[in-house]
Design a protein. Structure first.
Ligand code: DAH
Length: 339
């Protein structure tokens, strides 16, 4: 019995020492110590051992088992350590290899111009608000003094969802929505997307952006409008910029004006940018028409206001000297990266 146990032990230890992975170790463990293993077989044959010899033989079986288990554990530790070292060696990072470049996101020139515009008007105490892109005819036209048969409706042709609901043609409906709330005073800037059934070309797109401004309070005059626009022009286009107001007509303002800024490229001398005139048109504006105030629930005897509308693409194209509006919508990284 003793020789048999010694033979099992010697054989097991030799096999364990020869094993070079955890699977092999496990197989040895099963073959020797498992339910049908060699050592277990020996234990089963205890019944043939004389009763007085059983404790001694039992002890010998246990010793053999411990010796094999110890060896298994030791070799297992070794193998695990070696495997980890191997893994570490393979995973070494070569910091001198060139990295993988990731394309970084970039603010769109429209967005840069808008944030700059907002910064200027927030500085003057304006609040940024938004209105819906899908709008009622009532807000887009009716409340802005553009009745059903008004020619301005033709100029601002758009996509109708129903007879009364359309994609807004201007951000001006936000004026009516804000005035209707009756909260005074009003000093808002309303940027957003607008729609017209225009063909795409260098200066037109069926979808573009406007930034609407509206101020309503007691004693607001045309001088306030002019001063505000002067301040805006200086901050946005440069401290030397001058403005010029030309009489114009908009249905919802009276009087109305179109505003030019002195060319920030040539300083007013005349260049390609301003087509030789020294001036560049940038927005429409005026005093809120008393009828519009009244229709929106504001007493024109008590309150007055001014309003202006800026074409966002137009000022972005000017500011960044881009000569074709289509470039803004093509999402070509080579173009966008420049801003
Ligand atoms: N909504 C006008 C348009 O799209 C632009 C405009 C002109 C807005 C004068 C205004 C304004 O607020 O006062 O043609």
């Amino acid at each position: 019995m003793k020789e048999k146990l010694q033979a099992i032990q010697a054989d097991a230890i030799a096999k364990i020492e020869a094993a070079n992975d955890l699977d092999a170790l496990n197989e040895i463990k099963v073959n020797v110590l498992g339910k049908k293993g060699e050592l277990t077989q020996v234990l089963k044959s205890m019944k043939d051992v004389a009763p007085e010899d059983r404790p001694k033989v039992g002890q010998m079986v246990n010793d053999t088992r411990s010796a094999i288990e110890e060896k298994l554990e030791a070799v297992k530790k070794d193998i695990t350590k070696k495997q980890r070292e191997e893994k570490m060696k393979n995973e070494v990072i070569d910091v001198t290899l060139p990295g993988t470049m990731h394309m970084k996101g970039h603010r769109h020139p429209n967005q840069i111009a808008l944030e700059e515009l907002e910064r200027v008007f927030i500085g003057m105490g304006y609040e940024i608000v938004e209105g819906p892109e899908v709008e009622y005819d009532r807000y887009n036209f009716e409340l802005l003094n553009i009745p059903a048969n008004h020619p301005a409706k033709d100029e601002q042709d758009t996509f109708y969802i129903t007879k009364d609901i359309l994609l807004r043609t201007q951000t001006s409906p936000v004026q009516a929505r804000i005035m209707e709330t009756g909260r005074m005073p009003i000093r808002i800037l309303a940027p957003g997307r607008v729609f017209r059934s225009d063909e795409v070309d260098a200066t037109h797109s069926p979808s573009f952006h406007q930034v609407e401004g509206l101020v309503v309070d007691k004693n607001i005059t045309f001088a306030d409008l002019k001063g505000t626009l002067e301040q805006f022009a200086r901050e946005f286009f440069g401290p030397e910029t001058k403005i010029k107001l030309r009489p114009h007509h908009f249905p919802f303002t009276e009087p109305s004006a179109e505003v030019d800024v002195s060319c920030f490229k040539c300083g007013g001398k005349g260049c390609r940018m301003c087509k030789g005139s020294g001036w560049i048109e940038i927005l429409g504006c005026g005093m809120v028409h008393p009828k519009v105030l009244k229709d929106c629930g504001i007493d024109p005897e008590e309150y007055s206001g001014f309003t202006f509308g800026i074409g966002l693409e137009r000022v972005a194209l000017l500011k960044y000297e881009i000569d074709d509006m289509r470039l803004l919508y093509e999402n070509d990284m080579r173009f966008l990266k420049q801003f």
